[in-house]
Design a protein around this ligand. Sequence first.
Ligand code: SF4
Ligand code: SF4
Length: 154
Amino acid sequence: MDKADKIANEGRKSISSYCINDCKSYCCRKGYLVMSKKQLDVVVNNKKEEYKNEIKELKNGKMSLFLGSSGKPCPSLREDFKCGIHSNPERPKVCGDFPIFLRKESKTVLLSPRCLAVKNNLLYPYVKKLQLEGYKVLKVDELPDISTINFSDK
Ligand code: SF4
Ligand code: SF4
């Protein structure tokens, strides 16, 4: 883990209570989650039948889970707005990275425009630190839909 990873992690940590208490895990309730079949099994667990209309296989073999149908947030989201599989090694990497994505090869940091903390500029101190490390920050309007980005995952 290099300095940029540490800064990004500090940024994600800094908003954790905001995520639960204020935002109420919007990112686990809306949008698309793209992951491997193994990860999908863990995320959906025993609710496959209930979520069958929300699950699609993509051309690249990855699975897409639509979060946003009425009353159907991520099946792993608990009632207290915490992730029920937080420490499971099969939890999709994008869940751990959201809303800060580092692209080291291009020294770019992408911030999800869907994130309320990003919209409210709560990550500013960390974004500033990443800029001081030479990272270019993609402005929110350059990133219209995070779901179109091909996240490298394990
Ligand atoms: S959308 Fe942003 S602020 Fe809301 S829970 Fe997700 S990471 Fe936290
Ligand atoms: S797996 Fe956990 S962090 Fe990821 S969308 Fe579901 S509840 Fe949210």
